[in-house]
Design a binder for this molecule. Structure first.
Ligand code: 28F
Length: 638
């Protein structure tokens, strides 16, 4: 019994530590951390699937943001844990890191970024109930903020199998406890792609008459690539896919070339998206380059005098997924999403070269189509290099290098400077007058903007609409982009709240995403929020409202001060041009009073797909996207 007490103390101290510093365990207590709780539990079910015992995982968002996750695996073991002297199920839910290697044999394969286990979810839940069914009945126990409230007991004599967890995230811990069904859906879709055959369902029962969504792909990574290429135009009909397993490393790859100009590579280790890449991705690129060069030499597509095809040319237009499972992954990099295990590079590279070489010889038409694209990429890269050199030489020759339309700020320190990129000449005029020239620069843009999604890099350098943006920001583009040279800390897009404004904003965001990605990753891009309404009355300072909800709130506030609704004059702004320079400063540009939306990237894979749907060649996926998303549009050209 002494042993049991000590363990209990350890448990409580452990979970208390989680509640004291939740960020250490789940990254943050923001919306992101909240969703992480669900992934943590689902990961345990995915592990059971990877072990070969579970085929289906059901997730429900219940009213009041309670989450239910259920699987049809073996059920968490109920027997007394030999060391802890408490049921194994209780160990899993109360002991920190218990999810890890315990049980030996590397049970835990899947695992969130933090891979912290179910006890952390328990510690951060107001209430949690776990049920396990092992064929001899269903057994349950409950907790509140990690403390046991109901001992393990039998609840039914049924002969089902599986595990079910129901929990309510702690509102004292999280900034918000409102789940976003779309965020969860995206992760589950990805999980289902990565685990061929696994069925994951999601049902948002907070919404009346909502339907269950099913993510289930017999094609696995092949389906993933097809999904990513929905809005793209393939260069060859079939997705190319390989897998191989060798000493503790399993490798799966799938890829297909499209007529797009960017490369769209995504990699995973143990179901975790390795955003920073790593040895598995390096190996993939190496193997791909070698296989194509070998083939091109062997069949005399590259003559003796020709230089080798370069990796970046061979990757133009590719959509690829590389997924590996590694026993003991080492994660490196700024966000710990870069695989470090050096042995993995060679394994992936040699498997790729071998299998791809074979495939190309078997499918000469595919080889020919891809190599044609590669050769034209090579020519374009050469042209782009010349265009760049021309731009450089020009800027050395000319005395004023900054674009004529730019009204720069006086501040020379980038950290304290910001630039407003403004749609239209008239709004640009008011912005120039209204700004604080000490630290705010204005760059007006007008006319039809280039859609970079349909353009190759060499056409971008000397495009008359984009080159002022490139030169004003000062950091270059593409591979040569250098954020250290960025001339402003904040890049603020200011456009009307109408369809044209949204269009130019999307075009610019597409450009930043494809050619200046660190700008977005490091949070330098913002969207200005001009007000939509002005309430005025004689003798009262004007009141600005930024959306319908804000309008309603301001009406109420004024009513409380004895100012009746119908005594107020309401102006609805149609565009930036309707505001004079002082109004524009006060409402949209003054750091003390303005609202800025920072653009962030929660899911680069989904973002890539959305950009190609919105901006790419295929019309049908765009129509579908618009139909599905029309219901979310609040402010369309009013
Ligand atoms: C809704 C969330 O958590 N499912 C789980 C299992 C199955 C086993 C297990 C889990 C290994 C050694 C304990 C069963 N039988 N869904 C889930 N299903 N954990 S979590 O074991 C965990 C540890 O002791 C399980 C035989 N081995 C493992």
């Amino acid at each position: 019994m002494a042993n049991y007490d000590e363990n209990q103390i350890q448990v409580l101290e452990g979970l208390e530590a989680v509640r004291k510093r939740p960020g250490m365990y789940i990254g943050s207590v923001s919306e992101r951390g909240l969703h992480h709780l669900v992934y943590e539990i689902v990961d345990n079910a995915v592990d059971e699937a990877l072990a070969g015992y579970c085929t289906e995982i059901n997730v429900e968002i219940l009213p009041e943001n309670v989450i239910m996750v259920k699987d049809n695996g073996r059920g968490i073991p109920l027997g007394i844990h030999p060391k802890m002297k408490i049921p194994a199920i209780e160990v899993v839910y109360t002991i920190l890191h218990a999810g890890g290697k315990f049980g030996g044999g590397g049970y835990k394969v899947s695992g969130g970024l933090h891979g912290v286990g179910a006890s952390v979810v328990n510690a951060l839940s107001e209430e949690l109930t776990v049920e396990a069914s092992n064929g001899d009945g269903t057994f349950a126990m409950s907790f509140a903020r990690g403390k046991k409230t109901v001992e393990l007991h039998k609840v039914s004599d049924d002969n089902t199998r599986g595990t079910k967890v129901t929990f309510r995230p702690d509102s004292e811990i999280f900034e918000t406890t409102e789940f976003n069904a779309e965020t969860l859906a995206q992760r589950f879709r990805e999980m289902a792609f990565l685990n061929k055959g696994l069925k994951i369902t999601l049902w948002d029962k907070r919404v009346e008459d909502s339907e269950m969504r099913v993510f289930h792909f017999e094609g696995g990574l092949v389906s993933f690539v097809q999904y990513l290429n929905t809005a793209k135009d393939p260069v060859h009909p079939d997705v190319i896919a390989f897998d191989t397993a060798s000493n503790d490393v399993e490798v799966e790859v799938a890829f297909q070339y499209t007529t797009a100009y960017n490369e769209n590579l995504h990699s995973f280790v143990n179901n975790i998206n390795t955003i920073e890449g790593g040895t598995h991705l390096d190996g993939f690129k190496r193997g791909l380059t070698k296989a194509f060069n070998d083939y091109a030499r062997k069949f005399n597509i590259l003559k003796e005098k020709d230089s080798n095809l370069q990796g970046e040319d061979i990757r133009e237009g590719i959509t690829a997924i590389v997924s590996v499972r590694v026993m003991e992954p080492q994660f490196e990099g700024q966000t710990k999403t870069k695989l470090g295990n050096s042995e993995v590079a060679g394994i992936v590279a040699s498997a790729m070269t071998e299998k791809l070489s074979y495939y190309l010889e078997e499918n000469p038409n595919v080889a020919k189509a891809i190599l044609e694209k590669t050769l034209s990429a090579q020519r374009a890269r050469e042209a782009a290099r010349k265009a760049r050199e021309l731009v450089r030489r020009k800027s050395v020759l000319e005395s004023t290098t900054l674009p004529g339309k730019l009204a720069d700020c006086q501040e020379k320190d980038a950290v304290r400077s910001e630039i407003y990129i403004v749609e239209g000449d008239s709004a640009g005029g008011s912005a120039k007058q209204g700004r604080d020239r000490k630290f705010q620069a204005i760059l007006p843009l007008w006319g039809k903007m280039l859609n970079v999604e349909k353009t190759r890099a060499d056409k971008i350098y000397n495009n008359e609409k984009l080159s002022p943006v490139i030169v004003a920001l000062g950091a270059g583009i593409g591979n040569e982009f250098n954020i250290e040279k960025l001339r402003y800390d904040k890049i603020i897009l200011m456009a009307d709240a109408d369809v044209d404004g949204a269009h130019i904003r999307t075009l610019l965001l597409t450009f930043f995403f494809r050619y200046m990605r660190p700008l977005i990753d490091e949070g330098h891009v913002y969207i200005a929020q001009p007000p939509l309404f002005k309430l005025s009355k004689k003798g009262m300072a004007d009141v600005y409202c930024y959306n319908e909800a804000d309008l309603e709130k301001k009406f109420k506030e004024l009513e409380e001060k004895g100012i009746a609704r119908d005594s107020l004059a309401m102006q609805r702004y149609k565009g930036l041009g309707e505001m004079n320079s002082e109004q524009l400063w006060e409402t949209t540009m003054n750091p003390e009073t303005r609202i800025l939306l920072r653009v962030n990237l929660s899911d680069a894979i989904e973002a890539d797909r959305t950009f190609s749907v919105l901006m790419g060649e295929e019309v049908e996926p765009r129509r579908k996207f618009i139909e599905e998303n029309a219901k979310y549009v609040v402010n369309l050209d009013i």
